[in-house]
Design a protein around this ligand. Sequence first.
Ligand SMILES: Nc1ncnc2c1ncn2[C@@H]1O[C@H](COP(=O)(O)OP(=O)(O)OP(=O)(O)O)[C@@H](O)[C@H]1O
Ligand SMILES: [Mg+2]
Length: 507
Amino acid sequence: MRGIVKEFPGVRALDGVDLVVRAGEVHCLLGQNGAGKSTLIKVLAGAHGVDEGTILWDGQPITFAGPQAALSTGIATIYQELDLVDGLSVADNIFLGHENARGGFTRDADMNRAARELLATLGHSEIRPGREVGSLSAAGKQIVSMARALSRDARVIVMDEPSAVLDPDEVDGLFRVVEDLRSSGKAVIYISHRLEEIRRIGDRLTVLKDGATVAGDLSAKDTPTSELITLMTGRTLTSVYPRRTAPLTDGAPLLSVQGLTRAGEFADVTFDVRPGEIVGLAGLVGAGRSEIVETIYGARRASSGSVTVDGRSLRNGSVDSAVRAGLGLCPEERKSQGLILDDAVFRNVSLASISRFSRFGISRDAAEKSAASEAARSVDIRPDAPERIIRTLSGGNQQKAVLARWLLRSCTVLLLDEPTRGVDVGARAEIYALIRQLADSGVALLVVSSDIDEVLGLSDRILVIAEGSVVHDGPSEAIDAAGVLDRIIASHEHTTATSIDQKGEVA
Ligand SMILES: Nc1ncnc2c1ncn2[C@@H]1O[C@H](COP(=O)(O)OP(=O)(O)OP(=O)(O)O)[C@@H](O)[C@H]1O
Ligand SMILES: [Mg+2]
């Protein structure tokens, strides 16, 4: 791709991008939220036309009249916002849009068998070909979308943040597929904000900034992290994590969880969070972290135990009682948890605080808008344009909007489940600083993250959860990633160490 330019009304999303990808390589595409990565691959996939520039395929200039043309040329794309048809079956979705309708299969049984084989290659034989896609989880849909891309036998496979909705053990499965594609001579274009993934799977990389290529053809393994961050952000970031400030240890606990149990999920979870304190929850997938957080919030009923916020005990299984006591939860699956895609950024941000902005049923628009705009600015949503329809924002910036929503709510206790998924390095540093600021103003925070470095870097205290129990509780400074893994392994020796990624990310 040479000198690619793409404009939307009022936005020059791509301003002269160059990208060179060779057969048999995994080429990573890096850049901050809004840098133009998704727009570039939509151009390559024939979903957007170009205003200027050329695409060369095997050295020959080529133009795509639409997505179908790009597909038949040999470019298959897994989009960041998945484009499956919810009402159709898994198999139908996989073979939808093949030149021969339904992949040329005349019998359902044959199509289902082919779908089953593809899903098995991906390590997901549990997904039934006949199941309706709408009933699958976000991760399940991602797998179907991947199976569809593989079914095309393309020469270039583009993956736009495929790992964002996958658990780390599912990422291992994804990476095996990527390795296979590479060794069979295909080219993979891989987009991710997780530098450790790029190190693991990437061969070469291109960095985009503000719609232009700032570096192409770098080594994915050997380019220093500091150099990548400088290329992406244009500044040097000395430390991603804010300095710890002493929590108000003599304050009474704001959040107190006593003997919380949900049969079959977790048992006897007990801990306190004091004002000004950030407590991190670390553990493997399925350890029960999200379940614990959702039970504290009242979205699930506890079998026994109690939750107290600022001295008030919460009604079991009542979100209403939690919210009235000052509890907030920024959930893990933000996309499905209610962005109104065709509404303005500021409305999406103020959604959880509407009552604050209405009097006698009359909404106070100006107040709502200025408060929400300020919250949007504090998480660095780009562009800084609160009136923009949120659908036209990049994926990472949409996520920041949901975070801003909970920051605006002014809770006394805030539960954050995977707060920086899909968010770029620079904005992540700002979000961490903001979380620390909230703590300094007296809020108690509980943070769940699969990124062990994030939990350790951000929190004052860390709780390690294994098989539904707290197996370690202590200051973050006194433990490192290896120590956390040791605690987990010690608590269930029968778990093989292979489910733990070597880079120290806990699944
Ligand atoms: N349909 C559209 N209409 C108007 N502006 C758009 C549209 N699609 C993208 N943009 C703008 O183009 C720019 C690049 O967005 P893009 O989605 O390509 O970013 P990205 O690098 O993929 O970011 P992320 O890491 O957050 O996914 C952003 O400023 C975005 O707001
Ligand atoms: Mg994107």
